[in-house]
Design a protein around this ligand. Structure first.
Ligand code: PAF
Length: 292
């Protein structure tokens, strides 16, 4: 495994991989790698010949300076996980190497970035995500990129960026990896207090309640949302959003007639957790676990 910090060196290496005609899988991350990331790496390993993981806590996608400062940084353990998982390249640039002081161009997503996390974290969040992922695509030049369903909105936006801006990259979207009690794995989980960690699985339990109601034929979003909110009644929980949205457009459904994405974000103390499930009966692309 080789660790590369300089963007130009990554690009040179990527060009050689491309020239050699090798399949190159890419797992972009902000580090603090856990079993969810490991699943993405394992899939990339199984699919291709070369696997690159990037570790970069991207400052431009944080709307809250404290959130950026507190984001867990565990490079030594991350490198260990990557080595064990058989990763070929770990790209670990600094912010100064990624962002020129006089930079002037951003990648701005439109409608898909308006609801859910776009609304609660502000316009800048997905602009930061799209801009850095576009840059990473140009530096790593993968033919396939791997994302997890926990960040479903992010994955849909990146998928749209790939098609709208003609990046020669395919995306694989893998199911959310969970703790035994249902809590979605997230780098932020380690910031929870013991009490908050005990309460956190209520988020997935509420999503499951919603999914069961949809499976049973409930078509009224407000009825589902009300029931789910009653499952999130612990005083420590602050509900950020809880929406039942169209799988393709992420707009709120007025009536549930087919598949839907039930997406939620809560705050427990200072920690913001997101999760989602796809509910309904039809066989959507997200449900199959792959967007091509
Ligand atoms: O999901 C993440 O970890 C980040 O948003 C990403 C895609 C690495 C961009 O910084």
């Amino acid at each position: 495994m080789r660790q590369i910090t300089e963007p130009a060196a990554m690009q040179t290496e990527a060009a050689a991989i491309l020239r050699a005609g090798k399949k190159h899988g890419f797992v972009p991350t902000m580090g603090n790698l856990h079993a969810g990331h490991r699943t993405l790496i394992d899939q990339a390993r199984a699919d291709g010949e070369i696997v690159t993981v990037s570790i970069f806590v991207n400052p431009t996608q944080f709307n809250d300076g404290a959130d950026f400062e507190n984001y867990p940084r565990t490079l030594a353990a991350d490198l260990q996980l990557c080595a064990t998982a058989g990763v070929d390249y770990v790209f670990t640039p600094t912010a100064a190497e990624i962002y020129a002081p006089d930079r002037d161009i951003l990648v701005i997503p439109d409608k898909l970035a308006n609801p859910l996390c776009g609304l609660s974290r502000g316009r800048g969040h997905f602009i930061g995500v799209c801009t850095v992922v576009a840059k990473l695509f140009n530096l790593v030049r993968p033919d396939r990129v791997y994302f997890g369903q926990k960040d479903a909105q992010q994955a849909l936006i990146i998928q749209r960026m790939i098609s709208d801006l003609n990046f020669p990259v395919k995306m694989s979207l893998l199911p959310t990896v969970r703790e035994a009690d249902g809590l979605a794995l997230s780098s932020r989980n380690r910031l929870l207090t013991k009490k908050e960690r005990q309460i956190a699985p209520q988020l997935y339990a509420a999503l499951q309640t919603g999914a069961q109601m949809l499976a049973a034929g409930e078509s009224r979003p407000h009825a589902v949302i009300e029931k789910m909110m009653s499952r999130l009644s612990a005083p420590e929980i602050e509900i950020d959003y809880l929406n039942i949205v169209d799988l393709a457009t992420l707009t709120d459904l007025e009536e549930i007639t087919g598949d839907a994405l039930i997406a939620a974000a809560i705050k427990l103390g200072d920690v913001r957790l997101i999760d989602n499930v796809i509910a309904g009966r039809a066989n959507s692309a997200l449900k199959r676990g792959a967007i091509e």
